[in-house]
Design a protein. Sequence first.
Length: 123
Amino acid sequence: MFRFYLIIISFLFINLSAYSYYDMTTPVEGESIANNELQFLVIKKAYKVLAPKNPTCTDYHVKNTQLLHYPYDVKKNKKGKYVKGYWEEIWSFDACGQVKQLPIKFYIKKNNTVFETDDSLLQ
């Protein structure tokens, strides 16, 4: 039973500490064209990868973003809304002085935009 509570408390600590990390402002610095919601999701994902690897670090922030190319293979529907396309960016995260770069691919889908990353590069 103690183990169960320890797991729950650890899970809450990681998730709640992530919210203290989200005081960073969006839009992030640099060339990113992702909207604030996508930026928040990228930050959240990066933090979940970085935090367990650096348990004593409490100073995380996006140092820079670089747009590798503007969206291409773009299509719009009859109303002018983007329904297809993709672009790539590289985000630099600073975790207590150690800079990690994260390549990100953003995909415009019919109803939203999603992203994928290679988390192994942040470890």
